[in-house]
Design a protein around this ligand. Sequence first.
Ligand SMILES: *Cc1c(COP(=O)(O)O)cnc(C)c1O
Length: 495
Amino acid sequence: MAIEYVSTRNKNERAAASEAILQGLAKDGGLYVPTEIPKLDISLNELSKMSYRQIAYEVMKLFLTDFTEEELKNCINSAYDEKFDNPAIAPIKKADGAYFIELFHGKTIAFKDMALSILPHLMITAARKNKVENDIVILTATSGDTGKAALAGFADVKGTRIVVFYPKNGVSEIQERQMVTQTGDNTFVVGIRGNFDQAQTGVKQMFGDEALAKEMADAGFQFSSANSINIGRLVPQIVYYVASYVKLLADGEIAEGEQVNITVPTGNFGNILAAYYAKQMGLPVAKLICASNENKVLYDFFTTGTYDKNRKFILTSSPSMDILISSNLERLIFRIAGEDDGRDRELMSELASAGKYKITPEMREQLSDFYGNFATEDETAEAIRRVYESNDYIMDTHTAVADAVYDKYRRETGDPTKTLIASTASPYKFTRSVMQAIGKDDPQKTDLELTDVLHGISGVAVPPAIEEIKSAAVRHDTVCDVEQMESVVKEFLGI
Ligand SMILES: *Cc1c(COP(=O)(O)O)cnc(C)c1O
């Protein structure tokens, strides 16, 4: 049976994969989920002999069932090429008793590149398949990394425009510089006076605004999303979990069928959901370890069964995880509710009105694959220092949250299962915090100047993504209030 996609809030709203990618969010505000999670139809042993691109095809063809083999292979080959500075695409480093999947070897040195280097190709292919004539306007809220990765992916892609909103005071200096120097006539970057959740809510409102959609269509535009709510983001993220597992297998680190744990530094719940889907596909995964920073709404959810966003929003040194509304959790909720769209709708409307909801004991039982915990700012810095001193390996702040949580998990449970940790950003992206953690900060220096010091310490080459922005001109300086987001978009589009 060909897999289709349904909205988490209304199973009658169905779409083919290409339609779901084009739309991003379902019309009723729900998220598209596959009608079933397909099983891998090839053995792990066979996969272990394949390249990243070949594995990508074997995984993605099972989800994107209305793409032809040629279409999908073209997308994959255009995405996973020399843009990545490592031929393995997602190489694995062994350190601190775990296996770090380095997901930051793409153009913008964060894991978002893994999906956003292919999403524009999927989207353009989907537009062609569906005979879309409008220009596609990618509307994105970012906590720092999605924005740049989406900009890099969509810049100068014909038939598309991209608008990125980021919290003006909520991203690192290097993240901001990466975005405001973005080239491409179809790109537009806006700082908002507000936090990421407000940016994301503003974007979701625009997606759901029918009058706006009509106005846009009259002017030859339609919205889509590059956020992790788009299944075109989610599906490519499953690939590297499968690829990492079979790499360990090929290297003789594990035996075929041996279970591994996966630890993921989590914000919007996209990356860990991809790991969950990989498990459902038949990848031998034991625990999914969900690591939060001090915005520990997910830890509280896993330990109490209540999701409650009514709390102070904390700015941390891992800004891409400073999130109180983890959008993709809705996909898990839908699944543990027995794919009951009515239940999902109820819970999400409680979240919208009261800011919280509680799941039933039956639903909680199905969360036994997950372990949630969090790391404080001190614990995060301590993890960076400890792993640097003991292993000569420098982690970024997000990866450090995951490592610190894995360390807690190990001490709590004594579980000897081999564990993969998603390493989601290069330390060069969060240089200031990393240097503070290892006691080598220099307040006289800018973050960019500090990258040279980090290079001296780590010996790891400064990535081109950093070299580029040192001299690049600022091209975007718009700042607006949350209430002005819509008018700013219209102005950019000239409507
Ligand atoms: C986006 C991001 C995360 C969080 O990923 P989610 O899929 O939103 O949970 C973690 N680390 C880094 C560096 C990121 O950019």
